[in-house]
Ligand binder design. Sequence first.
Ligand SMILES: *[C@@H]1O[C@H](CO)[C@@H](O)[C@H](O)[C@H]1NC(C)=O
Ligand SMILES: *[C@@H]1O[C@H](CO)[C@@H](O)[C@H](O)[C@H]1NC(C)=O
Ligand SMILES: *[C@@H]1O[C@H](CO)[C@@H](O)[C@H](O)[C@H]1NC(C)=O
Ligand SMILES: *[C@@H]1O[C@H](CO)[C@@H](O)[C@H](O)[C@H]1NC(C)=O
Ligand SMILES: *[C@@H]1O[C@H](CO)[C@@H](O)[C@H](O)[C@H]1NC(C)=O
Ligand SMILES: *[C@@H]1O[C@H](CO)[C@@H](O)[C@H](O)[C@H]1NC(C)=O
Ligand SMILES: *[C@@H]1O[C@H](CO)[C@@H](O)[C@H](O)[C@H]1NC(C)=O
Ligand SMILES: *[C@@H]1O[C@H](CO)[C@@H](O)[C@H](O)[C@H]1NC(C)=O
Length: 637
Amino acid sequence: MMLATQLACVFLTSTFSEAKVIPFTFREPVSDAVDHVNPLIGNGGVIPSHTGGMIPSTAPPFAMTRWVAQTRQNYVSVPPYILNDTSIHGFQGTHQPAIWMGESGPAIVVPGAGTIRPVFEDRGMAFDKAKEITTASYYSVELGGQILAEQSATSRVGHLRFTFTNTSTPFVLLEATRSSVIGHSDPTNTTLPVGTINIDPHKREITGSNPERQDWIIGPLSTPAKNFKGYFCARFDRPFASWGTATNGTIHRGETQRTGTQLSGFATFSQDESVVNVRVGVSFISVDQARRNLDAEIRDGTTLEATARRTRAAWAEKLDRIQIEGATEKQKNIFYTAFFHTLQYPYETSEEGRYYSGFDDTIHNGPSYNGYSIWDTYRAEWAWLILFAPERMPGMITSMLNDYVEGGWLPKWKNIVETNIMVGTHADSQIAEAVVKGIRGFDMDLAYQAVLKDALVPPVNDGNISYGDRQENVDYEVRAGLSTVYADKGWVANDIHSEAGSRTLDYAYDDYAISRFAEVTNKSSDAEFFRNRGLENPFVLFNSETGFMESRNANGSWAGPDAGWTEGDKWIYTFDVVQNVPKLAAKRGGNASFVSFLDQHFDGGKAITSTPVNPRITFHTGRGACEDTATCPTNCS
Ligand SMILES: *[C@@H]1O[C@H](CO)[C@@H](O)[C@H](O)[C@H]1NC(C)=O
Ligand SMILES: *[C@@H]1O[C@H](CO)[C@@H](O)[C@H](O)[C@H]1NC(C)=O
Ligand SMILES: *[C@@H]1O[C@H](CO)[C@@H](O)[C@H](O)[C@H]1NC(C)=O
Ligand SMILES: *[C@@H]1O[C@H](CO)[C@@H](O)[C@H](O)[C@H]1NC(C)=O
Ligand SMILES: *[C@@H]1O[C@H](CO)[C@@H](O)[C@H](O)[C@H]1NC(C)=O
Ligand SMILES: *[C@@H]1O[C@H](CO)[C@@H](O)[C@H](O)[C@H]1NC(C)=O
Ligand SMILES: *[C@@H]1O[C@H](CO)[C@@H](O)[C@H](O)[C@H]1NC(C)=O
Ligand SMILES: *[C@@H]1O[C@H](CO)[C@@H](O)[C@H](O)[C@H]1NC(C)=O
């Protein structure tokens, strides 16, 4: 995160200073906060650690689908848009706000002029970066000097408007399936998902389905989401002059239906139709549902201006809740863009009250969300969501409980199904935090049952699977190591399990969180059991000889200062006992000694360089958070 912010400043000065003129109609309603969102912040490098891995997409908060100009083929760790790229190959309806995980069932819209070129490598169009406009609710770009492409979106519908100039043969192509990259390290290792295209010239619709799921390889064996598909219904506001399908560059003119790989459908328009609007409804349930989502969210005849205005209003309603006095323009850009980024994951996936579950491959009633990256979000993002999206909390938690009912466990990193990414069962912490902060509106008994299972039931074959990062062909990882040594002695054994030191400390924190949940529901003996485990277990890793936490083997021997940590080191993890700081301070020789240890930590190159100006931030959460929960910050107005 720190790196991303530093890079962001560079982009602000180098890119954003050439102020681009955003048409007034796309700056309504008035919002100083939304004006300061720059979706290009956090984008720019070809590997995630060179940027924040952000995808500069257009959509409202927590949208099911986000739309982005596609400059390259995306897969795990590669975004569909990179700032330095020079050609655009279409507009993708992605389900990922950032690059950390693989895409699922995208729909892709490709405008063109002249010869129909369905193949990704052939269809790229040069674009004028100086004229590209990227905002939270509206995007526009000129392609090849022949097409002005404009984009906005609601949660389940993309709205694109293409203005064609200097061409007698405008067309728009919908790509259903493409060659899909498996995993994150080898772009030549691909599969060919089989999708469908249907063209109805009378209704001016191109519909289709796409079963692509780039993360299928790391899903638990027991819940493979076999029937997952992304469906779409694209409806045009202009009559088709001609139409057809295409498979890997071969055009089938006049064809209205096809099933296949590398499959697209297209419509051409008469030269007189210089402006073509297409709205693309998406669904995980069916083509019919995609059509219903389209009709429900963007009615026929709606202008792009109206769609963009509604989406901008949705951002303004959130971002205007915080006013900053005394901030520079650059500080406002950084702050409001970060705020914008915090309201994207998890994304809603229920459609008119129903949702597709990858866990049991069935349609259910109720709320559902996807894109839970819980190891990354339980510390700060979740608390922020409780403050700024309390109205979504019951749905987000119920969605986690639905996963538990349908798949057997609460989520860790849910991307359609579980992906076992990172360690710990921090859904325990998230649910407990919501409970302690007064969030209600979900099944508390079921939630308690689910967190108890995390805390007490080990994964299958716990003793002989290490559950390494992205290990393939295993089932739910949950608290790997729970049954081998942890239950007895309090640590996860480094010679049996991956990331053992991090797991030990994370499990202890989750145990402490469960004790707080148990207190609220008056389960006092549970509360005592988990409080003891949560407060004491971390210190079985404290090596008094070094003064640092250190992973241990099954036989109790120390595993070495660098063993068993994930995305951190002995410095980071030694402080990872936020539930029992007094004991950590005592172990480090008392308060004064602990303070100098902290200084040593931050002086060791790990400190965040702060800016000299400290702007004053005022919260205006009065539209919900403060009244509804016990979470009001002290300076809340
Ligand atoms: C992008 O372009 C800038 C300016 O030319 C260059 O400094 C930077 O290294 C490039 N980034 C990548 C990831 O290629
Ligand atoms: C129209 O397109 C043709 C071929 O791409 C190009 O040579 C010509 O300059 C264009 N005219 C205008 C007015 O842009
Ligand atoms: C492609 O990826 C899969 C899953 O990671 C792996 O099992 C397979 O060996 C890879 N194939 C090649 C040719 O590298
Ligand atoms: C797609 O077409 C290209 C170019 O003709 C060819 O090299 C490639 O093998 C084709 N892919 C498949 C899967 O048929
Ligand atoms: C792991 O243990 C289980 C149960 O004891 C056994 O069925 C399985 O074959 C073992 N797997 C390996 C790879 O040893
Ligand atoms: C817990 O006990 C307190 C005090 O007896 C009581 O007020 C509260 O309603 C109880 N809460 C639950 C969830 O039973
Ligand atoms: C303890 O386990 C470690 C790692 O498996 C091993 O290297 C070491 O020899 C063992 N020590 C004893 C005393 O058995
Ligand atoms: C250490 O600091 C904490 C927090 O200020 C305080 O409560 C505690 O009494 C101090 N301990 C000692 C031994 O001074």
